[in-house]
Design a protein. Structure first.
Length: 115
């Protein structure tokens, strides 16, 4: 069973940037599409961005399109989420997982955007 470890979150002011990383424990993770998901307090978990095993195509939720960029480095078993122009409504715990979800959820990484 693959284990996922998210990192890179933090507290940032509106307009700032963060780069999240998702490290997988096994190389088999590389053959799957992967997504970044987020869950804000009191809300359901939602998909933010996805990427195919090869890096293309990618998908973005309308709320982050043009601000977030998903990428992956299969040599490092790692998927990234570059987040620019952050808004307070981006505040959430961010998780990564296969698409569709097929691994146990990691602990996630907290992103807090202050206004």
């Amino acid at each position: 069973q693959v284990q996922l470890a998210e990192s890179g979150g933090g507290l940032v002011q509106a307009g700032g940037s963060l780069r999240l990383s998702c490290a997988a424990s096994t190389r088999t993770f590389n053959i799957y599409p992967v997504g970044w998901y987020r869950q804000a307090p009191g809300k359901e978990r939602e998909v933010v961005a996805t990427i195919s095993w090869s890096g293309e195509p990618t998908y973005y939720a309308d709320s982050v399109k043009g601000r977030f960029t998903i990428s992956r480095d299969n040599a490092k078993n790692t998927v990234y989420l570059q987040m620019n122009s952050l808004k307070p409504e981006d505040t959430a715990i961010y998780y990564c997982n296969r698409v569709p979800v097929g691994a146990s959820w990691g602990q996630g990484t907290q992103v807090t955007v202050s206004s």
